[in-house]
Ligand binder design. Structure first.
Ligand code: AMP
Length: 423
């Protein structure tokens, strides 16, 4: 096949059926779980003032390297969203809904990432956030919501990693200890880790480079520097997860990519995925972010799940497979008039999925198309049927029975057949 003049840009893809239908089905499943838990949908804009995203942490890769930012024709500095949390906090500060405000979302996010399997420049996320309460039970409920969602998809090899980053008040003391330790061991760290250390020492704990592993293994940990309040909140979350039967692994070096996290942080990893893409979701508390975006000092907690990676994990496990969804009826019309056009319209108006062939194809070609469509039923009208005021209704699976039906009875007959068919 000749190469098309234009191709999708690196890190972007066309999602076509059945994969596109699978994405939609996954989002619908998530919507059901979120709405059942009292979350309302938010649809924020895909681009915002770049400042909204800069507030999530200038030292993070997401902001410093991966932001799709540009000046629009009005001279505004804007960026495509790299995630939803900042937009949700901006929306809260702007519209001031009643608290606790529980909201869920789905849609694409954009990061100028290095494209590879499971890592795209435009990727789909679903997520949920709660603003206006620091009750640790909310952390637990959010984690349980994501966990239940994964379980319902059939994903059994997901591991929940749990940590706490404490409060901003005690963080400087910890950061000082961490920085001192890293500085003392700088000669054993990778060049990259030494650069990260100067900008954001916490992120060194996140280094995936084998060279850094030994130093990181003995680094001081936030859990040893927690205030009484933060320690009690963490206990409450662990107690809650145990009560709900949600298994977790404590991961004292889990810091996550953004700087705004406080207290509970978590990540869901799928064991079957390639090392760099194992995270299928993550989240945590961000008790200072709303205020940083010019809102009241309301705490927040939430998570985002990567739809593309979740589906890759489903592929690995052979669950939530893509399904073909054929129409119920294929209309085969070889008359010169508008019979085909009218039949599909009547069927569709009655709520029956119907399709047909175009371009005046022969009966043979249309029957071939009907079989290829995998529709269980064909409704056939040729000159003979037209003269007799009937249509032929034919089953396309099994032995293929065909019977004439009065033209005026065709919708009722097909409805009956669709209702009684097993699939
Ligand atoms: P993060 O805010 O980075 O934790 O992102 C939340 C989730 O979105 C991750 O756990 C991934 O599943 C997904 N995600 C993040 N970046 C990408 C990307 N470039 N391509 C595909 N999925 C991504």
């Amino acid at each position: 096949m000749a190469r098309a003049e234009f191709q999708t840009l690196p890190g972007t893809r066309d999602l076509l059926e059945p994969e596109s239908g699978r994405v939609r089905a996954l989002v619908e499943r998530f919507a059901i779980e979120a709405e059942r838990a009292g979350f309302g949908l938010i649809v924020p804009p895909m681009f915002e003032d770049v400042g909204v995203f800069v507030r999530i942490g200038e030292a993070s890769d997401i902001v410093s390297k991966e932001l799709y930012d540009f000046e629009d024709k009005g001279g505004r500095d804007i960026a495509l969203r790299p995630e939803f949390t900042a937009s949700v906090c901006r929306a809260f500060a702007e519209t001031r809904p009643l608290i606790p405000w529980k909201t869920w979302y789905s849609g694409p996010s954009f990061r100028y990432d290095k494209p590879q399997k499971g890592r795209y420049r435009q990727f789909e996320q679903v997520g949920a956030e709660v603003i206006g309460s620091d009750d640790p039970d909310l952390d637990t409920e959010l984690i349980a919501l994501a966990w239940r969602f994964f379980q319902r998809l059939g994903l059994t090899d997901v591991v929940l990693l749990l940590n706490t980053l404490g409060d901003f008040a005690e963080r400087p003391v910890y950061l000082e200890a961490l920085s001192a330790y890293l500085a003392a061991n700088a000669d054993r760290l990778s060049d990259q880790a030494r650069i990260t250390m100067a900008v954001n020492p916490l992120r060194v704990l996140d280094s995936k480079r084998p060279q850094d592993a030994e130093v990181v293994a003995d680094a001081p940990l936030m859990v040893d520097y927690l205030s009484d309040d933060a320690a009690a909140a963490f206990d409450r979350v662990r107690q809650g997860l145990r009560a709900l039967g949600v298994p977790f692994e404590e991961a004292p070096r889990l810091v996550r990519g953004l700087d705004y996290y406080t207290r509970t942080t978590f990540e869901f990893v799928a064991a079957g995925l390639d090392a760099a893409q194992t995270a299928i979701g993550g989240g945590g508390r961000y008790d200072g972010l709303v205020e940083a975006l010019g809102g009241p000092p309301e705490p927040g907690v939430g998570f985002a799940l990567g739809v593309d990676r979740t589906l890759l994990a489903c592929d690995e496990q052979g669950v939530f497979e893509p399904v073909d969804r054929p129409v119920d009826v294929w209309v085969v019309a070889t008359t010169a008039g508008t019979e085909g056009l009218q039949l599909v319209e009547e069927l569709r108006s009655a709520g029956i999925a119907a399709d047909r062939s175009y371009d005046g194809r022969s009966m043979k070609a249309q029957m071939k198309a009907a079989n290829r469509s995998q529709a269980p039923i064909a409704v056939i009208v040729g000159e003979d049927e037209l003269a007799a005021g009937t249509v032929s209704v034919r089953t396309l699976r099994g032995e293929g029975r065909q019977a004439p039906v009065e033209r005026s009875q065709v919708v009722a007959r097909v409805e009956e057949m669709v209702r009684s068919s097993p699939s």
